[in-house]
Design a protein. Structure first.
Length: 108
């Protein structure tokens, strides 16, 4: 389980970086050259999702729970905004969903 969650976390970081760099270019006056590492990061994100043994739809649904947690850490660490209790409650809610979706027992 720890290995799966770590892979999801790295995947989320790749997606966030891939989306944040164009944001810096478009909204913060950054260089257009930021699009090169952004594209590489998004390609890495897509490849990382393929490393999970579960069905694609289940992987994507469960991944969303980790994405929310990593996005809130990004909010705090990069944007300098500390998540509030509602952010944390929402993250706990979706993380519980991740555990149910990806690790729930499957019957025949």
């Amino acid at each position: 389980m720890i290995q799966t969650l770590a892979l999801f976390a790295i995947t989320a970081l790749a997606e966030i970086v891939g989306c944040y760099l164009p944001y810096l270019w478009l909204r913060k006056g950054g260089s257009v050259l930021l699009l090169i590492p952004a594209a590489a990061s998004l390609a890495l994100f897509a490849w990382l999702l393929t490393l999970h043994p579960e069905a694609a739809g289940r992987t994507y649904a469960a991944y969303g729970g980790v994405y929310v947690l990593i996005a809130l850490l990004w909010l705090w660490g990069v944007d300098g905004i500390r998540p509030d209790r509602w952010d944390l409650a929402g993250a706990a809610f979706v993380f519980t969903g991740l555990l149910l979706i990806y690790f729930g027992p499957r019957g025949a």
